[in-house]
Write a protein that binds this ligand. Structure first.
Ligand code: NYM
Ligand code: MG
Length: 215
């Protein structure tokens, strides 16, 4: 148990294929945490506002091409460059809600099927980053996500690729993930998320140690 210092915040991560409803759920959760007086911030990865994030943005918008390994390392670097700030906020008692994180890194790159960029390699380069206290996985059939107003024009937003990403998430998910059927209405999802988040916020505050990737 922590003897001194503030109660730490929890690291909550939302994952899922494109257009599964992550951003909506992240905002609803942030609002509800703030209403309860829980100090919280919402971040998203990639963080397109940094120098590295700018390169990632150009790649995703198809203004730049990069090979699969190079862009993978940029996504990874984009998390590592935010590591110290994440740890500082968590230690100071702020709960962080992340719209995508390392789990996206593994699922999207592994979905490319490049032999030297498989799941084991992808996990290895995440070492040293904090592990999520809770991964909320919004599971959705890509046929349904594609029908939701269609994909934008970004790289990866193609039905066939999204199916591969979903199957990578399936392989990555462990029993500790909260897997939710994302075809449910937003309010129903929100209630299930809130209950699980409340538990992990309490556990974190009670001194449960922050894990490390990849564990
Ligand atoms: N993405 C996101 C990756 O390929 N690797 C990563 O490490 C991360 C964090 O970026 N299609 C992909 C998934 C998305 C895209 O994310 C941009 P968003 O949440 O659609 O803005
Ligand atoms: Mg997207």
């Amino acid at each position: 148990p922590a003897l001194a210092g503030p109660r730490r915040g929890a690291l909550i991560v939302f994952e899922g294929i494109d257009r599964c409803g992550k951003s909506t759920q992240c905002s609803l959760l942030l609002e509800s945490l703030q209403k309860q007086g829980v100090p919280a911030e919402l971040w998203r990865f990639p963080d397109r506002t940094t120098l590295i994030g700018g390169l990632i943005n150009e790649y995703l918008q198809k203004k730049a091409s990069l090979n699969d390994a190079a862009v993978h390392m940029l996504f990874v670097a984009n998390r590592h460059e935010k590591r110290d700030e994440m740890l500082r906020l968590l230690a100071g008692g702020t709960t962080l809600v992340l719209d995508r994180y390392s789990y996206s890194g593994v699922a999207y790159t592994a979905a490319k099927g490049v032999p030297h960029l498989g799941p084991d390699f992808c996990r290895s380069v995440e070492s040293g980053l904090p592990a999520a206290d809770l991964v909320v996985y919004l599971d959705l059939d890509p046929e349904l996500s594609a029908a939701r107003g269609g994909f934008g024009g970004e790289r990866y937003e193609k039905l066939e690729f999204q199916k591969k990403v979903r199957s990578q998430y399936g392989a990555l998910a462990d029993g500790r993930w909260l897997r939710l059927d994302a075809s449910q209405p937003a309010e129903l999802l929100q209630a299930q998320v809130a209950a699980a988040v409340q538990r992990v916020v309490e556990q974190a505050a009670a001194g449960e140690q922050l894990g490390q990737l990849w564990d």
